[in-house]
Design a protein around this ligand. Structure first.
Ligand SMILES: *Cc1c(COP(=O)(O)O)cnc(C)c1O
Length: 504
């Protein structure tokens, strides 16, 4: 398998080459040259592998999980420059009941006939980002050891991403994490999660400022190419192809749990921000997973809902980006969206795969839209482009948005009717899923549960009048000793800190 840029750069790369990279040299994102096709026989075989492994791990929690075995089947199609035995071992080491809390890894919870939640939030940081980040930690350690290299991950977080990265990289050889966050602005639970880590390779930098100040510092450091090279600075942001790929697995796992035979259909609703999670659903569908609808759910920051309704993609400035009660979806632009647009504009001449290279009409247009139009005028408009209609008709996309009041009502309703407490992001998904119309005449609808309610306790209390349940392993974490350095919002101070903590 080779990977190519969405903006047409002709260089073809292998998986391990793009694993540690961010953007392609032309500013585009990497996509595989084709999507491997999964026929009905393969689907049936994978179902068997998943079911057998899951039963085995239920009986004996030291056995490899069905999820790990399924992950290997899927990932080996894309990561074909890692020897199969090594990749299988990495999958088995990552997806264990010990780390993810059950033999299913991503269990399906029925709410009512035809409606399920897929639990993706039982990993170390209680949000779905662990599903991919835990694998990324093991892949990074493996690849860095193979190359005899080191990497310093430097990033900014307002919550979920930074903690998922730290829990994935803690104790890993060859990797250090330097994570900036706005001092005092994360929830006490989130601060406790991150700052209680005592691992030598994890560095928490609490910046006196807001999230934008942290991001500005990250940008300034990234633009200093000499510093970046010298201190081997990398990132783990959501455009990383390996992260996206790891997320493809739970679409298959959800499908196998919701259906009995192949090829029945299902639909998914995905609480969305940077379009990484649902883009993985798109990849699964392109591979042949029988997905009827892929429903994008946004909060008040409705950049994506606007696009799927109107064909206009209009990125927001920071003044138009709202702080909401589903904060992990508070985005002004969706960093993975370019990948889908490249497919939408027809980069593959045949969806069946087998094609090599990208259709230059598509990549030229992506380059123009994302490289020029967005930068110049802040939006692009595909409403008159015949490809836009295909978003729904051919790729199954639909969308909706949710507000704070919707969120509260959905949390309350779900608690009253099913005795289930959901988090604010999952509530956005469930609200939008219901708008699509549910029922036994339609394919089962699977809503991805992207976080546990304890992470957003204040809003749960507002909705239900009481705090959500706290998983036992998080009892009292606020009282644990904290390892964090408070620093001014100053690039020089951050660079000095990095210099002092890693050999050049
Ligand atoms: C990151 C995140 C999202 C958004 O996912 P994207 O891949 O950015 O679309 C939704 N919910 C939660 C809880 C998250 O942490």
């Amino acid at each position: 398998m080779h990977y190519l840029s969405t903006r047409g750069d002709p260089e073809r790369k292998r998986f391990c080459e793009i694993l540690l990279e961010g953007l392609a040299p032309d500013g585009g994102l990497y996509l595989p040259e084709h999507y491997p096709q999964v026929d009905v026989a393969t689907l049936a075989r994978w179902r068997e592998i998943f079911n057998q492994g899951t039963s085995a791990a239920r009986r004996d929690s030291t056995q490899p999980t069905g999820y790990a075995e399924l992950a290997f089947e899927i990932l080996s199609l894309y990561m074909d420059d890692i020897p199969a035995d090594d990749l299988r071992a990495l999958c088995r080491k990552t997806y264990t009941p010990e780390v993810f809390g059950s033999a299913e890894i991503a269990p399906l919870k029925p709410l009512e006939p035809g409606l399920y939640l897929e639990a993706l939030s039982n990993g170390p940081t209680l949000a779905f980002k662990d599903m991919a980040m835990q694998l990324l930690g093991n892949l990074f350690e493996y690849e860095l050891a193979r190359r005899g290299e080191e990497l310093n991950i430097f990033g900014a977080t307002s919550g979920d991403t930074g903690s998922a990265a730290e829990y994935a990289m803690r104790g890993k050889k060859g990797v250090r994490v330097f994570m900036t966050s706005p001092n005092g602005r994360m929830s006490p639970f989130q601060q406790a999660q991150m700052f209680s880590l005592q691992d030598d390779n994890i560095h928490n930098l609490a910046v006196e400022g807001v999230f934008d100040d942290c991001q500005d510092i990250v940008k300034a450091v990234s633009n200093d190419l000499e510093f970046k090279r010298r201190y081997k600075i990398g990132t783990v942001n959501s455009i990383n192809w390996a992260r996206l790929l790891a997320q493809v697995v739970y679409y298959f796992a959800g499908y196998f749990q919701a259906t009995q035979t192949d090829p029945q259909k299902v639909s998914f609703t995905v609480p969305s921000g940077n379009f990484g999670n649902i883009c993985a659903g798109h990849v699964a569908r392109m591979m042949g997973l029988p997905i009827e609808q892929l429903v994008v759910a946004t909060n008040e920051n409705d950049v994506l809902d606007e696009f799927f309704k109107t064909g206009v993609y209009r990125v927001r400035g920071s003044a138009d980006t709202f702080e909401t009660s589903s904060p992990s979806m508070d985005i002004s632009k969706a960093s993975n969206f370019e990948r889908f647009v490249c497919d939408l504009l027809g980069r593959l001449t045949h969806d069946e795969g087998g094609v090599s290279g990208h259709n230059a009409n598509a990549t030229d247009k992506v380059k123009f839209l994302f490289g020029e139009q967005l930068a110049k005028q802040g939006y692009f408009d595909l409403s008159a482009d015949p490809h836009f209609e295909q978003a729904a008709a051919r790729y199954g996309f639909a969308s909706g948005r949710s507000s704070h009041a919707d969120r509260l009502a959905t949390i309350r309703d779900t608690h009253q009717r099913f005795g289930v407490t959901i988090d604010t992001h999952t509530a956005d998904g469930l609200k939008v899923a219901r708008e699509q119309g549910l029922g036994i005449t339609k394919p089962p609808m699977i809503v991805l549960e992207t976080a546990l309610p304890i992470k957003f306790a204040a809003t749960i209390e507002e909705a239900l009048g009481h705090l959500p349940e706290r998983p036992a392993k998080f009892e009292g974490i606020e009282a644990l000793p904290k390892r964090v350095k408070v620093i001014p919002a100053d690039v020089g101070v951050v660079k000095d800190y990095i210099q002092a903590h890693c050999p050049a």
